[in-house]
Design a protein around this ligand. Sequence first.
Ligand SMILES: [Zn+2]
Ligand SMILES: [Zn+2]
Length: 373
Amino acid sequence: MLSVEQLTKIRRDLHRIPEFGYEEVKTQQYLLGQIAQFPQELLTIKKWKTGILVHVKGLDSSKTIGYRADIDGLPIVEQTSYTDFRSTHEGAMHACGHDLHMTIALGVLSYFAHQQPKYNQVFIFQPAEEGPGGAKPMLESPELIEWKPDKIMALHIAPEYPVGTIAIKTGLLFANTSELFITLKGKGGHAAYPHTANDMVVAASHLVTQLQTIVSRNVNPLDAGVVTIGVIKGGTKQNIIADTAVIEGTIRTRSIETMKLIKKRIEDLTKGMETGFDCSISIDYGANYCQVYNEESVTKDFIEYLKGQESVNLVICDEAMTGEDFGYFLEEIPGFMFWLGVDSKYGLHDARLEPNENAIGFAVQTIVDYLAK
Ligand SMILES: [Zn+2]
Ligand SMILES: [Zn+2]
């Protein structure tokens, strides 16, 4: 089984080579190289695009337990204090902790490669969590269908909790999320002849304001939703009327129904804008992630187990408006995701995120003990 020192080295090696969704070529090679060093008797290994599936033969083949780790990095310029294991990929960083997720999965896998598990296991190294989304196509692939788990688990690092903390809840853990890209097309012209043009800067400004009314006026106040516009672009020069404007944002909701409601309102409002401003508007929802919903009985079993572990500081947390494409696995397979405390001042997707590496050994031990029980 991999030692704490080996795990730390693996995490640092992976931290050096962050790669974007479906470009995780070096990462895949590195992981395969590590797995090749484990005893191979119980293992069957398959590649899926830039991801990997590893099957571990159990003593009893009637059930299969899945464990998923995501493997991609983010387009962020690293600003950590690391000197000897900084990202060597310009403009890319493991700023969401997926380097730790992979390392922990390898640690658990190395244990069960040496020590045959009770039931079959499938370790899923999934590409493209940050986009365009690897979970859904992976679930639909023949590679995964052949080894489809009966239960599944995963973790995500949580900077806000100390090492030794596991935070979890039954039911909704992460929100439904959708990207939002709106393009408005009108007619450009000279700034001094507005009557001959159709200004998309004005139309986009109105639309951004109208979008604010969806959460405040359409979503039930006892429910919750987010419509954030993060980008508004239009025009080329101060004295030219813009023929095009683009609005980009994100939608977050606590239920699938509210996601549908918000999208319907966006479509209705844009239809009204088309008439009102005599322009054409197109909507693209980009990457959509379904909620992460922890199945009641499987999650309760894990929570009860953790209550008996002195080493674990168990927190029953609230749901968060963050998104995770692991939700697609949980739509089809009962299971859960939990937060793993890594004690960093800076949050997920922050260029300064420095997770405490002591969380790695703690996580491996806790997951191994749980799966071996
Ligand atoms: Zn992320
Ligand atoms: Zn993540």
